[in-house]
Design a protein around this ligand. Structure first.
Ligand SMILES: NC(=O)c1ccc[n+]([C@@H]2O[C@H](COP(=O)([O-])OP(=O)(O)OC[C@H]3O[C@@H](n4cnc5c(N)ncnc54)[C@H](OP(=O)(O)O)[C@@H]3O)[C@@H](O)[C@H]2O)c1
Length: 295
């Protein structure tokens, strides 16, 4: 099978299309013919040399934590359209995962959406649960235009919270369209945000965004950073825990199908252009999700 892979750490240029052996489904597993796979900052970090804790990765390495495609072997009926999650390996023509790590793709969800749907939406959902966000509270989302932020703003609104979302000037309208009060990050952010009365923070930016969060919210169990894991331990703020599940994903996909959770594909690249996709994710700027597509 064709796979986006790398055989040494480095910049986006180390990504190649390699011919790798096709995997096959064992007991309790499904094999999925991948139609689209999301690209995350996580993938760029793995490519650059980060070793995700708890994973033993061989070589060549194939990035990609989220995918959508058609089941062709294993526990589910061949032809079932699914979206799902994994830890790396998704950016390939075939992936084998436990049958419990996929959920049916709603028919109204395009492949490009399905391929990039899992990581940002589940991360946002898990984070808001950990923060115990309640109706009537005001949530500050740093990085509201990003993949996680896009989902977090909308899920918080659905839960009855008010949301303040930070983004660059070019993404203010986008963040507003998701249901948040949009605020430009950078110089003077504290003065713009403090009057809005923040109760809870989801930090998708780190650095000064986390510093400001500590000033705005005294209860550190109401601050969660997706970025600053080491500082989080020192500071006593929350980090995202695992909690991905097919049940959670099915609920999120149902919200999409009902029209309650919008999803913006920033750009879909053919898998042969994975290096360009990584270059774009590494800018750290832009709205919505980058995905790779497979024919
Ligand atoms: N721990 C976990 O489980 C987990 C899971 C997923 C993601 N993450 C992390 O969470 C972060 C966001 O992920 P993502 O997938 O949403 O990334 P993404 O799609 O690349 O989005 C990044 C967003 O950050 C915004 N941004 C850049 N600098 C900012 C600043 N100083 N203040 C506020 N916003 C800023 C950008 O907005 P503009 O274009 O408007 O500048 C962009 O929309 C990444 O660091 C990622 O590694 C963690």
């Amino acid at each position: 099978m064709k796979a986006v892979a790398f055989t040494e750490f480095g910049g986006p240029e180390v990504l190649r299309v390699l011919d790798l052996p096709e995997p096959h489904a064992g007991p309790g597993e499904v094999r999925v013919r991948v139609k689209a796979a999301g690209v995350q900052p996580y993938d760029a970090a793995v490519r650059a040399g980060w070793e995700p804790p708890g994973l033993v990765l061989g070589w060549p390495r194939v990035p990609g934590n989220e995918f959508a495609g058609v089941v062709d072997e294993g526990e589910l009926e061949a032809g079932t359209e699914v979206l799902g999650f994994t830890a790396v390996r998704a950016a390939a023509e075939y992936i084998v995962v436990p049958a419990s790590d996929v959920t049916p793709k709603p028919p109204e969800m395009p492949w490009e959406v399905a391929g990039g749907f899992t990581a940002g939406t589940q991360t946002a959902s898990i984070a808001l649960e950990a923060l115990k966000l309640r109706a009537g509270e005001t949530l500050l989302v740093h990085g509201a235009a990003g993949s996680v932020g896009t989902a977090a703003v909308q899920l918080a609104r659905l839960a009855g919270a008010e949301v303040v979302g930070t983004a660059s000037a070019s993404n203010q309208d986008y963040v507003r369209s998701l249901g948040a009060t949009a605020v430009v990050y950078g110089e003077g952010l504290k003065e713009r945000v403090a009057p809005l009365g923040v109760d809870v923070v989801l930090d998708g930016a780190g650095g000064e965004a986390l510093d400001l969060s500590l000033e705005l919210v005294k209860d550190r169990s109401r601050i969660l950073t997706l970025v600053e894991h080491e500082r989080a331990a020192e500071l006593g703020v929350l980090v995202s825990k695992s909690g991905r599940s097919a049940a959670r994903l099915a609920e999120l996909a149902a919200l999409y199908a009902k029209g309650d959770l919008r999803f913006h594909v920033r750009r879909a690249y053919p898998y042969t252009e994975a290096a360009a996709a990584h270059r774009e994710i590494e800018t750290g700027h832009g709205r919505g999700k980058i995905v790779l597509t497979f024919p």
